[in-house]
Design a protein around this ligand. Structure first.
Ligand SMILES: Cc1cc2nc3c(=O)[nH]c(=O)nc-3n(C[C@H](O)[C@H](O)[C@H](O)COP(=O)(O)O)c2cc1C
Length: 325
């Protein structure tokens, strides 16, 4: 199994490399940068089913996307079958695929019965997937964890329910809810789920390099992979994987390439969110773009002192244009 097209329901992706949904990170500017760098599909940040059916402005904001972000999957969270069905119906106007979040470990979310809390309620999962399936004709994916704790690992049961109720693919982030993001993801669970289901299984967890991507595909036999934190400051990872699979030589991005992408990201962000939010949010992205380069820590300190976007751009140009590595 390697880099190939991937069919999820009626949608065929150009390859099997997908950007993971990450709340607070994978907004439209981020998704555009990643799609331009070779990803075949991106997901929205998680969107409340309740918020969506009440037409909250902030919720609608999360659904905005550009043509570059095609295809685009809308990820919903919630715990009520009727609400999620209505939300899936509405979300179908905004994306090409719909996803249900059953992996979020955040307290506020699980206390409401949503996210990874659903892993503890197989019967409710069946009702939710069945209701969402009836509410949309778009491909439906479900993103799950291994289970709630190590004592109740149940990804196979939950994956089977999703498949039986009409989901078109299951994405597994093989950590338990109690593990949060600690330790390692257990890729054996992805392999077991792939052997158990007939619909596509997509693996998520700890892919930082192209080597990791090929290792996950090989060790688990999964149909596609999702990359989250490994894309921080490194959207080129997607193209690097595609190029390596095609036997092409891969060269790491030059300082000039990093500058071009960082500035494009900054400008997209500013166009979307305005100066104030861009100034704050882009600090972390610029730090990520500078990782591993000489002078990165001084650059980070300088960026944190900037009070206008013009200053940020000047600092970036001067840092990335240096001669050293
Ligand atoms: C900051 C952050 C936000 C996340 N938000 C979401 C989310 O909204 N929905 C979701 O299904 N997973 C979310 N995740 C989990 C990722 O999609 C992914 O499954 C996980 O980070 C493991 O993959 P990685 O090691 O490639 O990052 C989030 C992860 C991070 C680090």
């Amino acid at each position: 199994m390697s880099i190939t097209t991937l069919k999820i329901g009626a949608v065929t992706l150009k390859n099997n490399l997908i950007l993971a949904p990450m709340a607070g990170i994978t907004n439209s500017p981020y998704r555009q940068i990643v799609m331009e760098s070779g990803a075949a599909l991106t997901y929205s940040e998680m969107i409340s089913g309740n918020g969506l059916i009440r037409d909250g402005l902030r919720t609608l904001e999360l659904l905005k996307r550009t043509l570059v972000e095609t295809p685009f999957a809308v990820q919903l969270f919630g715990d009520d079958p009727e609400v999620l069905a209505e939300a899936a119906h509405i979300a179908s106007r905004y994306g090409e695929l719909i996803d249900l979040n059953m992996g979020c470990p955040v307290k506020k979310v699980v206390r409401s019965g949503a996210g990874s809390a659903l892993m503890q309620e197989p019967q409710k999962v069946a009702k939710i997937i069945c209701a969402m399936r009836q509410a949309t004709s778009l491909p439906l994916t479900v993103k799950i964890r291994s289970g709630w704790t190590v004592a109740d690992i149940n990804f196979q049961l939950i994956g089977q329910i999703c498949q039986d109720e009409g989901a078109d693919a299951v994405i597994l982030h093989p950590r338990t809810r109690c593990q949060g993001f600690g330790g390692h993801s257990n890729w054996q669970h992805i392999r077991q789920l792939k052997q158990h289901l007939t619909i596509p299984v997509i693996g998520s967890g700890d892919i930082i390099t192209a080597d990791d991507a090929f290792a996950m595909l090989e060790q688990t036999g999964c149909d596609g992979i999702m990359i989250g934190r490994g894309s921080y400051g490194n959207p080129w990872l997607f193209n690097a994987i595609v190029q390596r699979a095609a036997g092409e030589e891969v060269t790491p991005p030059s300082r000039q390439q990093r500058l071009e992408t960082a500035l494009r990201h900054l400008n997209l962000y500013a166009g979307y969110y305005g100066e104030r939010k861009t100034l704050l949010d882009m600090r972390k992205h610029l730090c990520w773009y500078s990782r591993g380069l000489n002078g990165a820590s001084e650059f980070r300190a300088a960026i944190n002192r900037c009070t206008t976007l013009t200053e940020v751009k000047e600092q970036s140009i001067s840092f990335f244009n240096q001669e050293s590595n």
